[in-house]
Design a protein around this ligand. Structure first.
Ligand code: SF4
Length: 360
C-alpha cells in the first residue's frame, strides 16, 4: 500500500496552516508560530519549533514536511555578487543571485525553470520552458538566500528577474508575493519587490488590480513593432502600442515609476533615431529607462555598441528630461548577470557550453 505523501508546510499560507490545524483538532493560533519558524527563522525541522508542544510537533511531523531548495552550487564574484544554483525536490535546478550593493541588498529570484519567451539575446530563453515554479519554490529561494547570508532579520529587495517570465506563471508568482509580504514571515513590502516582464498585456491589466502590486520593470528593447517582434518573439501577439497603453492604465502610486529596460544592440536599436522614438513612445508616462549595453560573445548574432554610442543614446534621453541610467555589469565572471542564468540537464553547463552572448 502506498503511504500518502506528506504536505509541504512551507507551501501553505498562514490561513491554510490554520485550516490544517483546525482540521486535526488543534487551535488555529499556532499557525502564526509555525509560519514564523519556517519563514522568519529558517527552521525546516518541525521538532525544532520549540514553542509548540511535543504532542503537536509529533502530529505535524506525521502529516507534514518542510521542503526547501538545496544549494547545489554557490559562486562568489569578484564584485561580491553571489550566484546560488538551487535544486528543487524533483531534481530540477534554478539559479538565484544575491547582489550586495549598499544600502539595498537584493535577491534576484527565478519564477520558472527555463523560459518560454525566447528573447533573442537571452541564454535562459534558449532553454525553453521546462516548468513553472510553485509559490513555495519562489519563496523558498528567498528563504535559502536570506538564511545563508544571515539576512532573515534585515531589509532586502527582491527582483523577479531571474529565470522565467513572472507573468507567464501569474498565480504562483502572486501567491509567492503574498507569502513574502506576510508580517509573521519575512514581511517584504511590495515596494521592495520589482517584477520584470516582457509585458504580456492581459496579465499587466490583471496585475494593476492586485492589492499587492510590485514595482514594474518592462523589458522593452525596441521602438518599432518590427524590431520588437524580432527581439521578443512572444510579444508579436501584443503590439508595442498596446503595451504602452497598458502601462498608461496601470494605477501607479504618487512616487512610483515604471522602469523600461532597453538592451542596446549595435546597429540594431542603438541609433539616435531609436533614442528619439523611445522618448516619443514614453512621453507622458511616469518612466525611467535602464539602458543595458549587450556583452557580445560568439553564438548570438548581436554586438555591444561602442561606449560613444551608449553615451549618445543616453544623452538624447536625458536632454528630453527623461530619467536614464546605464546598467553596470554584475557577476559576469560567475555568469550571474541578467540573461546569463541557465541550467541544462540538471547541471550547470561549463563555460564552454555557454558561448552565447549575455546581458551585463
Ligand atoms: S529575457 Fe527574461 S523573458 Fe526573455 S527569455 Fe530571458 S528570462 Fe525569458
Amino acid at each position: 500500500m502506498n503511504t500518502p505523501r506528506k504536505a509541504d508546510l512551507a507551501g501553505l499560507t498562514i490561513a491554510e496552516i490554520g485550516d490544517a490545524l483546525v482540521a486535526q483538532g488543534d487551535p488555529r493560533f499556532h499557525a502564526a508560530q509555525i509560519y514564523r519558524w519556517i519563514h522568519k527563522r529558517g527552521v525546516t525541522d518541525v521538532d525544532r519549533m520549540t514553542d509548540l508542544s511535543r504532542a503537536l510537533r509529533a502530529r505535524l511531523a506525521d502529516r507534514f514536511v518542510v521542503l526547501t531548495p538545496r544549494v547545489a552550487a554557490h559562486d562568489v564574484s569578484e564584485d561580491g555578487t553571489q550566484k546560488f544554483v538551487l535544486e528543487l525536490p524533483d531534481g530540477k535546478r534554478i539559479e538565484s543571485v544575491f547582489i550586495p550593493d549598499t544600502p539595498a541588498q537584493t535577491f534576484c529570484i527565478s519564477t520558472q525553470v527555463g523560459c518560454a519567451m525566447g528573447c533573442a539575446f537571452c541564454l535562459t530563453g534558449k532553454m525553453g520552458l521546462i516548468r513553472h515554479l510553485t509559490a513555495a519554490e519562489i519563496v523558498g529561494q528567498v528563504r535559502v538566500l536570506a538564511g545563508a547570508l544571515d539576512l532573515l532579520d534585515k531589509p532586502f529587495n527582491i527582483v523577479l528577474m531571474g529565470m522565467g517570465e513572472p507573468l507567464h506563471n501569474y498565480d504562483e508568482t502572486m501567491r509567492a508575493l503574498a507569502m513574502l509580504h506576510e508580517p509573521h514571515g519575512l514581511g517584504v513590502s511590495p515596494k521592495r519587490v520589482t517584477l520584470s516582464t516582457v509585458g504580456l498585456v492581459p496579465m499587466l491589466d490583471k496585475l494593476g488590480q492586485e492589492p499587492l502590486m510590485p514595482n514594474l520593470a518592462i523589458s522593452l528593447h525596441a521602438t518599432t513593432e518590427t524590431q520588437r517582434a524580432a527581439l521578443v518573439p512572444p510579444t508579436k501577439k501584443y503590439s508595442l502600442a498596446s503595451l504602452i497603453e497598458a502601462c498608461r492604465r496601470l494605477p501607479l502610486g504618487k512616487r512610483s515609476r515604471i522602469t523600461f529596460e532597453y538592451v542596446l544592440l549595435a546597429g540594431v536599436n542603438d541609433s539616435p533615431d531609436d533614442a528619439r522614438r523611445l522618448v516619443k513612445l514614453l512621453a507622458g508616462l511616469k518612466a525611467k529607462v535602464n539602458l543595458i549595453p549587450l556583452n557580445a560573445a560568439p553564438g548570438i548574432p548581436f554586438e555591444r555598441p561602442s561606449d560613444a554610442a551608449v553615451d549618445r543614446f543616453a544623452r538624447i534621453l536625458a536632454d528630453k528630461q527623461m530619467t536614464v541610467s546605464v546598467r553596470k555589469s554584475r557577476g559576469r565572471d560567475i555568469r550571474a548577470a541578467c540573461g546569463q542564468l541557465i541550467v541544462e540537464g540538471g547541471r550547470v553547463p561549463s563555460a564552454a557550453q555557454q558561448l552565447a552572448a549575455v546581458l551585463g
